[in-house]
Design a protein around this ligand. Structure first.
Ligand SMILES: C[S@@+](CC[C@H](N)C(=O)[O-])C[C@H]1O[C@@H](n2cnc3c(N)ncnc32)[C@H](O)[C@@H]1O
Length: 271
Protein backbone atom coordinates (compact mmCIF):
# COMPACT_ATOMS: atom_id res chain seq x y z
CA UNK A 1 0.00 0.00 0.00
CA UNK A 2 3.00 2.31 0.12
CA UNK A 3 3.62 2.40 -3.62
CA UNK A 4 0.82 4.23 -5.40
CA UNK A 5 0.89 3.81 -9.15
CA UNK A 6 1.52 7.48 -9.93
CA UNK A 7 4.12 9.70 -8.24
CA UNK A 8 2.71 10.91 -4.91
CA UNK A 9 2.58 14.53 -6.11
CA UNK A 10 0.28 13.72 -9.01
CA UNK A 11 -2.28 12.41 -6.56
CA UNK A 12 -1.99 15.21 -4.02
CA UNK A 13 -2.02 17.97 -6.65
CA UNK A 14 -5.09 16.46 -8.33
CA UNK A 15 -6.79 16.38 -4.92
CA UNK A 16 -5.75 19.99 -4.33
CA UNK A 17 -7.54 21.13 -7.49
CA UNK A 18 -10.59 19.04 -6.64
CA UNK A 19 -10.75 20.51 -3.13
CA UNK A 20 -10.37 24.06 -4.46
CA UNK A 21 -13.34 23.34 -6.67
CA UNK A 22 -15.35 21.74 -3.83
CA UNK A 23 -14.93 24.55 -1.29
CA UNK A 24 -17.39 27.02 -2.92
CA UNK A 25 -20.03 24.25 -2.87
CA UNK A 26 -19.41 23.68 0.85
CA UNK A 27 -19.42 27.43 1.52
CA UNK A 28 -22.73 27.85 -0.31
CA UNK A 29 -24.30 24.99 1.66
CA UNK A 30 -22.97 26.27 5.00
CA UNK A 31 -24.10 29.85 4.35
CA UNK A 32 -23.49 31.93 7.49
CA UNK A 33 -23.50 28.87 9.80
CA UNK A 34 -19.86 29.08 10.91
CA UNK A 35 -19.74 32.89 11.10
CA UNK A 36 -22.87 32.84 13.26
CA UNK A 37 -21.37 30.13 15.45
CA UNK A 38 -18.01 31.86 16.01
CA UNK A 39 -19.67 35.21 16.63
CA UNK A 40 -20.48 33.70 20.05
CA UNK A 41 -17.27 34.01 22.10
CA UNK A 42 -15.77 30.65 23.09
CA UNK A 43 -17.75 28.61 20.53
CA UNK A 44 -16.62 24.96 20.24
CA UNK A 45 -17.62 23.00 17.14
CA UNK A 46 -16.21 19.72 18.50
CA UNK A 47 -18.76 17.57 20.32
CA UNK A 48 -19.42 14.14 21.85
CA UNK A 49 -16.73 11.50 22.27
CA UNK A 50 -14.14 13.59 20.44
CA UNK A 51 -14.59 16.46 22.87
CA UNK A 52 -14.41 14.06 25.83
CA UNK A 53 -11.19 12.45 24.59
CA UNK A 54 -9.61 15.83 23.80
CA UNK A 55 -10.42 17.03 27.30
CA UNK A 56 -8.55 13.99 28.64
CA UNK A 57 -5.43 15.36 26.89
CA UNK A 58 -5.74 18.72 28.70
CA UNK A 59 -5.52 20.90 25.61
CA UNK A 60 -5.03 24.09 27.59
CA UNK A 61 -1.71 25.76 26.77
CA UNK A 62 -0.68 22.98 24.35
CA UNK A 63 0.61 23.80 20.87
CA UNK A 64 -1.52 22.13 18.20
CA UNK A 65 -0.93 21.33 14.52
CA UNK A 66 -4.10 20.42 12.62
CA UNK A 67 -3.30 18.41 9.48
CA UNK A 68 -5.91 18.55 6.65
CA UNK A 69 -7.61 21.36 8.59
CA UNK A 70 -10.07 22.34 5.83
CA UNK A 71 -12.02 25.48 6.90
CA UNK A 72 -10.37 25.51 10.32
CA UNK A 73 -13.45 25.30 12.52
CA UNK A 74 -12.04 22.49 14.67
CA UNK A 75 -8.71 24.25 15.19
CA UNK A 76 -10.49 27.50 16.10
CA UNK A 77 -12.48 25.44 18.60
CA UNK A 78 -9.28 24.06 20.13
CA UNK A 79 -8.02 27.62 20.46
CA UNK A 80 -11.28 28.52 22.20
CA UNK A 81 -10.60 25.59 24.55
CA UNK A 82 -7.37 27.30 25.61
CA UNK A 83 -4.80 25.70 23.29
CA UNK A 84 -1.46 27.50 22.83
CA UNK A 85 0.00 28.06 19.35
CA UNK A 86 -2.45 26.65 16.77
CA UNK A 87 -1.32 26.01 13.19
CA UNK A 88 -3.58 24.46 10.54
CA UNK A 89 -2.20 22.95 7.33
CA UNK A 90 -4.27 22.12 4.26
CA UNK A 91 -3.45 21.62 0.59
CA UNK A 92 -6.53 23.54 -0.58
CA UNK A 93 -5.90 27.24 -1.17
CA UNK A 94 -9.64 27.91 -0.94
CA UNK A 95 -9.97 26.10 2.41
CA UNK A 96 -7.01 28.05 3.87
CA UNK A 97 -8.45 31.31 2.57
CA UNK A 98 -11.79 30.62 4.30
CA UNK A 99 -10.11 29.51 7.55
CA UNK A 100 -7.76 32.52 7.68
CA UNK A 101 -10.57 34.99 6.95
CA UNK A 102 -12.80 33.63 9.72
CA UNK A 103 -9.99 33.44 12.30
CA UNK A 104 -9.09 37.03 11.55
CA UNK A 105 -12.76 38.20 11.54
CA UNK A 106 -13.32 36.81 15.04
CA UNK A 107 -9.78 37.54 16.31
CA UNK A 108 -9.11 33.90 17.12
CA UNK A 109 -5.36 33.46 17.08
CA UNK A 110 -4.80 30.54 14.69
CA UNK A 111 -2.30 30.40 11.82
CA UNK A 112 -3.47 28.71 8.62
CA UNK A 113 -0.91 27.61 6.04
CA UNK A 114 -1.44 26.22 2.57
CA UNK A 115 0.72 23.11 2.34
CA UNK A 116 0.64 19.55 1.21
CA UNK A 117 1.08 17.59 4.47
CA UNK A 118 4.09 15.89 2.88
CA UNK A 119 5.76 19.29 2.36
CA UNK A 120 5.28 20.88 5.78
CA UNK A 121 8.57 22.76 6.23
CA UNK A 122 11.20 21.56 8.72
CA UNK A 123 10.82 24.80 10.67
CA UNK A 124 7.77 23.14 12.26
CA UNK A 125 9.69 20.07 13.48
CA UNK A 126 9.37 19.46 17.24
CA UNK A 127 7.07 22.50 17.51
CA UNK A 128 3.84 20.88 18.73
CA UNK A 129 2.40 18.99 21.69
CA UNK A 130 -0.58 17.67 19.73
CA UNK A 131 -0.93 16.74 16.07
CA UNK A 132 -4.65 16.65 15.40
CA UNK A 133 -6.39 14.82 12.55
CA UNK A 134 -10.15 14.93 12.32
CA UNK A 135 -12.64 13.33 9.97
CA UNK A 136 -11.88 12.58 6.38
CA UNK A 137 -8.12 13.12 6.08
CA UNK A 138 -6.50 9.70 5.56
CA UNK A 139 -8.51 8.78 2.46
CA UNK A 140 -6.94 11.65 0.50
CA UNK A 141 -3.38 10.58 1.31
CA UNK A 142 -1.36 8.37 -1.05
CA UNK A 143 1.21 7.26 1.54
CA UNK A 144 0.26 6.72 5.17
CA UNK A 145 3.74 5.71 6.38
CA UNK A 146 5.22 8.95 5.08
CA UNK A 147 2.31 10.86 6.62
CA UNK A 148 2.91 9.20 10.01
CA UNK A 149 6.62 10.04 9.89
CA UNK A 150 5.78 13.66 9.08
CA UNK A 151 3.19 13.85 11.87
CA UNK A 152 5.66 12.35 14.39
CA UNK A 153 8.40 14.79 13.32
CA UNK A 154 6.20 17.76 14.21
CA UNK A 155 5.98 16.64 17.85
CA UNK A 156 8.18 17.64 20.74
CA UNK A 157 8.99 15.18 23.56
CA UNK A 158 5.89 13.43 24.93
CA UNK A 159 3.73 14.86 22.14
CA UNK A 160 0.66 13.00 20.93
CA UNK A 161 -1.08 12.37 17.62
CA UNK A 162 -4.87 12.52 18.06
CA UNK A 163 -6.94 10.95 15.27
CA UNK A 164 -10.74 10.89 14.94
CA UNK A 165 -11.50 9.18 11.66
CA UNK A 166 -13.95 7.25 9.56
CA UNK A 167 -13.46 3.52 10.31
CA UNK A 168 -11.80 1.46 7.53
CA UNK A 169 -14.77 -0.93 7.85
CA UNK A 170 -16.93 1.72 6.12
CA UNK A 171 -14.84 1.33 2.97
CA UNK A 172 -16.49 -2.05 2.35
CA UNK A 173 -20.09 -0.80 2.64
CA UNK A 174 -22.30 1.12 0.21
CA UNK A 175 -22.36 4.89 0.64
CA UNK A 176 -25.75 6.58 1.03
CA UNK A 177 -25.96 7.61 -2.62
CA UNK A 178 -26.23 3.94 -3.66
CA UNK A 179 -29.83 3.95 -2.50
CA UNK A 180 -30.88 0.50 -3.69
CA UNK A 181 -27.95 -1.32 -2.00
CA UNK A 182 -28.41 -3.25 1.24
CA UNK A 183 -26.57 -1.02 3.75
CA UNK A 184 -25.16 -4.09 5.54
CA UNK A 185 -23.83 -5.88 2.48
CA UNK A 186 -20.11 -5.82 1.76
CA UNK A 187 -19.70 -4.51 -1.78
CA UNK A 188 -16.10 -3.30 -1.84
CA UNK A 189 -12.79 -4.88 -0.77
CA UNK A 190 -11.09 -4.13 2.52
CA UNK A 191 -7.71 -4.61 0.86
CA UNK A 192 -7.43 -2.28 -2.12
CA UNK A 193 -3.93 -1.22 -3.19
CA UNK A 194 -5.07 1.18 -5.92
CA UNK A 195 -7.03 4.37 -5.18
CA UNK A 196 -10.58 5.07 -6.32
CA UNK A 197 -10.52 7.67 -9.10
CA UNK A 198 -13.61 9.89 -8.87
CA UNK A 199 -15.04 12.86 -10.74
CA UNK A 200 -18.59 13.34 -9.50
CA UNK A 201 -17.81 15.96 -6.90
CA UNK A 202 -17.04 15.99 -3.17
CA UNK A 203 -19.94 18.05 -1.88
CA UNK A 204 -20.85 16.01 1.20
CA UNK A 205 -22.09 19.25 2.79
CA UNK A 206 -24.71 20.38 0.26
CA UNK A 207 -25.03 16.94 -1.35
CA UNK A 208 -24.92 18.38 -4.86
CA UNK A 209 -23.25 16.43 -7.63
CA UNK A 210 -21.17 18.16 -10.28
CA UNK A 211 -18.62 17.17 -12.89
CA UNK A 212 -15.47 17.60 -10.84
CA UNK A 213 -11.75 17.53 -11.33
CA UNK A 214 -10.43 14.01 -11.02
CA UNK A 215 -9.62 13.14 -7.43
CA UNK A 216 -8.20 10.10 -5.65
CA UNK A 217 -9.39 8.30 -2.52
CA UNK A 218 -7.15 5.74 -0.81
CA UNK A 219 -8.31 2.82 1.31
CA UNK A 220 -6.23 2.20 4.45
CA UNK A 221 -6.64 -0.82 6.69
CA UNK A 222 -6.36 -0.71 10.46
CA UNK A 223 -2.99 -2.42 10.19
CA UNK A 224 -1.75 0.29 7.79
CA UNK A 225 -2.81 2.92 10.33
CA UNK A 226 -1.30 1.19 13.37
CA UNK A 227 1.93 0.14 11.66
CA UNK A 228 2.49 3.60 10.13
CA UNK A 229 2.44 5.06 13.62
CA UNK A 230 4.44 2.28 15.28
CA UNK A 231 7.16 2.41 12.60
CA UNK A 232 7.36 6.19 13.13
CA UNK A 233 8.35 5.56 16.75
CA UNK A 234 4.91 6.25 18.21
CA UNK A 235 3.24 4.18 20.95
CA UNK A 236 -0.51 3.50 20.64
CA UNK A 237 -1.95 4.82 23.91
CA UNK A 238 -5.67 4.68 23.15
CA UNK A 239 -7.99 3.18 20.54
CA UNK A 240 -11.78 3.21 20.68
CA UNK A 241 -14.40 2.38 18.03
CA UNK A 242 -17.89 3.82 17.64
CA UNK A 243 -21.10 2.98 15.75
CA UNK A 244 -21.52 6.67 14.81
CA UNK A 245 -21.11 7.81 11.21
CA UNK A 246 -18.87 10.89 11.19
CA UNK A 247 -18.44 10.95 7.41
CA UNK A 248 -22.09 11.96 6.75
CA UNK A 249 -22.15 9.57 3.77
CA UNK A 250 -22.72 6.38 5.77
CA UNK A 251 -25.99 7.31 7.53
CA UNK A 252 -27.81 4.28 6.10
CA UNK A 253 -25.16 1.95 7.57
CA UNK A 254 -25.54 3.66 10.94
CA UNK A 255 -29.32 3.29 10.89
CA UNK A 256 -29.44 -0.30 9.59
CA UNK A 257 -30.33 -1.73 13.00
CA UNK A 258 -27.00 -3.47 13.68
CA UNK A 259 -24.19 -1.62 15.44
CA UNK A 260 -21.06 -1.79 13.30
CA UNK A 261 -17.79 0.15 13.60
CA UNK A 262 -18.14 3.39 11.63
CA UNK A 263 -15.61 5.66 13.37
CA UNK A 264 -12.69 5.50 15.79
CA UNK A 265 -10.44 7.59 17.97
CA UNK A 266 -6.75 6.76 18.21
CA UNK A 267 -4.19 8.49 20.38
CA UNK A 268 -0.50 7.74 19.83
CA UNK A 269 2.26 9.06 22.08
CA UNK A 270 5.83 9.94 21.26
CA UNK A 271 7.73 8.09 23.99
C1 LIG B 1 -12.84 16.13 4.65
S1 LIG B 1 -11.79 17.51 4.75
C2 LIG B 1 -11.24 17.49 6.38
C3 LIG B 1 -11.83 17.67 7.41
C4 LIG B 1 -12.77 18.52 8.10
N1 LIG B 1 -12.74 17.94 9.42
C5 LIG B 1 -14.16 18.43 7.48
O1 LIG B 1 -14.96 17.59 7.95
O2 LIG B 1 -14.47 19.24 6.59
C6 LIG B 1 -10.32 16.91 3.97
C7 LIG B 1 -9.27 17.99 3.82
O3 LIG B 1 -8.03 17.36 3.51
C8 LIG B 1 -7.31 18.25 2.68
N2 LIG B 1 -6.23 17.51 2.04
C9 LIG B 1 -6.33 16.51 1.13
N3 LIG B 1 -5.10 16.07 0.78
C10 LIG B 1 -4.20 16.82 1.48
C11 LIG B 1 -2.79 16.84 1.54
N4 LIG B 1 -2.03 16.04 0.79
N5 LIG B 1 -2.20 17.74 2.36
C12 LIG B 1 -2.95 18.59 3.11
N6 LIG B 1 -4.30 18.63 3.09
C13 LIG B 1 -4.93 17.74 2.29
C14 LIG B 1 -8.38 18.77 1.72
O4 LIG B 1 -7.98 19.94 1.07
C15 LIG B 1 -9.56 18.95 2.67
O5 LIG B 1 -9.65 20.26 3.15
Amino acid sequence: MDNPQKPLKEYTQANRLAWNQAMPHHQKANGSKWDDAFSKPGFIAITGVELEQLKSLSVSGKNVAHLCCNNGVELMSLKNMGAGRCVGFDISDAAIEEASARASKFAISCEFTQSDVYDIPEQYNDAFDIVYVSIGCFGWLPDLKQFSRKAASLLGDCGVIFIHEQHPFTEMLPTDDIEDADPLKIIEPYFRPEPYEESDGIDYVGNTTYESKTNYWFVWTLSDIFMGLIESGMRIAHFSEYPADISTIHRRNQEAGVKIPLSYILIAERP
